[in-house]
Design a protein around this ligand. Structure first.
Ligand code: HSE
Length: 400
């Protein structure tokens, strides 16, 4: 029997316990032995909970218990998760986590520590919730140079964009709804400002290039400025607005960005609605592949965490190699990326054409007093110069 400790008895932690309980028979068969939750670390008490007697408040109890061979972290945030992770590995315990903030910041370091001790540090649930994407990148797509990895990486914002578009719903109402459904982060700013997607694309980019990518260097725009008017234009154009995290191989490095994009129906990400996530991968040999599924929520995320626990039990005497070195990759400026821009402005057609040249105008029913258009392909530097010259830009959304 393998004894584990779960840190945090919130949405994901309680989901891990539930998955282990509900699928006990099949999990035992696949892991080769039974997995038992010996401790659950949480500040709170849980009177009446079937696992009430396993609740502890002091991490030292877990760290010092030689019976615990796997520590599963589901608390979120960088600290104290990082201290607990290091403590677990130094005490000879494997570590599994769903925590993207922790992994984006300290993934390379924790993997190196685990490698040195012949242990494992797995984080399959940190990107895409229940979607298998970390393991395929590490095990299946190793023959390719990845030219693009882009995706809908945040369930909360995708749910919100979908509801706003399909139901004409208000930003605040759909946010509340997403929070109630357990998709959003404790502080939803991380979702709506794109910080969550930013950490996830940093993790994916680190895995495809095998080096540390600092999320602080990724240009990040959220969805807070997207309005019902933008949704009307998108519909008139046959497009959907989605928050994407994307990395493109450019020379020896990558350009990475998180921003809302207008997608048309030829884009594989166009059909990704609601809380679903999807990761699109373009390999230089593989061509295109897409990974799609439940990107947030208790049981999908817990399912990926438990899959990591099973993998650890199967490899408890060996380190599963993971290519993510601590040396930093210097990302290129996101303005090197070329594309078209959807723009709304109160400026006149002649002023627009003087600055942007030939553009395609967009009309949407019931909107007056402004002009909307899509530019020709231009890089980010050219766009910034043109936008400054024109002035009075009400909205700008990238078109993919
Ligand atoms: N808040 C995140 C989301 C949870 O909405 O995608 C999963 O990482």
């Amino acid at each position: 029997m393998v004894k584990i400790a779960v840190l945090g008895y919130g949405t994901i932690g309680s989901g891990v316990v539930e998955v282990l309980e509900k699928n006990r028979t099949v999990i035992t068969k696949r892991a080769g032995e039974e997995i038992a939750v010996k401790y659950i670390l949480d500040l709170r008490e849980f009177p009446g909970d079937p696992y009430e007697d396993r609740i502890v408040h002091d991490y030292e109890v877990i760290r010092k218990d030689p019976e615990i061979s796997v520590v599963v972290e589901a608390m979120g945030g960088v600290e104290p998760a990082f201290t607990f992770a290091k403590g677990a590995i130094l005490a000879g315990k494997h570590f599994a986590t769903s925590n993207k903030a922790l992994i984006a910041k300290h993934g390379a370091e924790l993997i190196a520590m685990a490698r040195e001790s012949g242990l494992n540090c797995l984080f399959g649930a940190s990107v895409g919730g229940g979607i298998p994407i970390i393991r395929p990148l590490n095990c299946c797509l190793t023959a390719d140079v990845i030219e693009e990895i882009s995706g809908i990486l945040n369930g909360t914002t995708n749910y919100m964009m979908t509801k706003m578009s399909e139901e004409g719903a208000d930003f605040d109402d759909v946010l509340k709804d997403a929070q109630q459904k357990g998709f959003a982060e404790a502080d939803p700013t991380a979702d709506i400002e794109g910080h969550d997607a930013c950490r996830k694309i940093a993790i994916l980019t680190s895995l495809v290039c095998g080096q540390q990518v600092d999320f602080e260097e990724i240009h990040t725009e959220g969805i807070t400025k997207i309005t019902a008017t933008d949704m009307k234009y998108a519909r008139a154009m046959g497009r959907k607005i989605r928050l994407l995290g994307a990395s493109y191989k450019t020379g020896d490095s990558y350009c990475a960005i998180v921003a809302p994009y207008m997608l048309d129906d030829t884009n594989p990400l166009y059909g990704v609605n609601g809380v679903f996530n999807a990761v699109f991968v373009r390999g230089n040999m593989l061509g295109d592949a897409m990974f799609y599924g439940s990107g947030a929520g208790k049981l999908p995320t817990a399912s990926a965490v438990v899959a990591d626990i099973i993998d650890i039990v199967r490899h408890k005497d060996e380190h599963i190699p993971l290519e993510w070195r601590p040396e930093k990759l210097d990302l290129l400026d996101y303005r090197q990326l070329s594309g078209r821009y959807f723009i709304r402005t109160a400026k006149s057609v002649s002023e627009i054409e003087k600055v942007f040249g030939s553009v395609s105008y967009v009309k949407a029913e019931g909107i007056v007093g402004e002009t909307a258009f899509v530019t020709d392909v231009m890089d980010g530097y050219a766009y910034e110069q043109a936008a400054e010259r024109l002035g009075g830009i009400l909205q700008c959304i990238r078109v993919k």
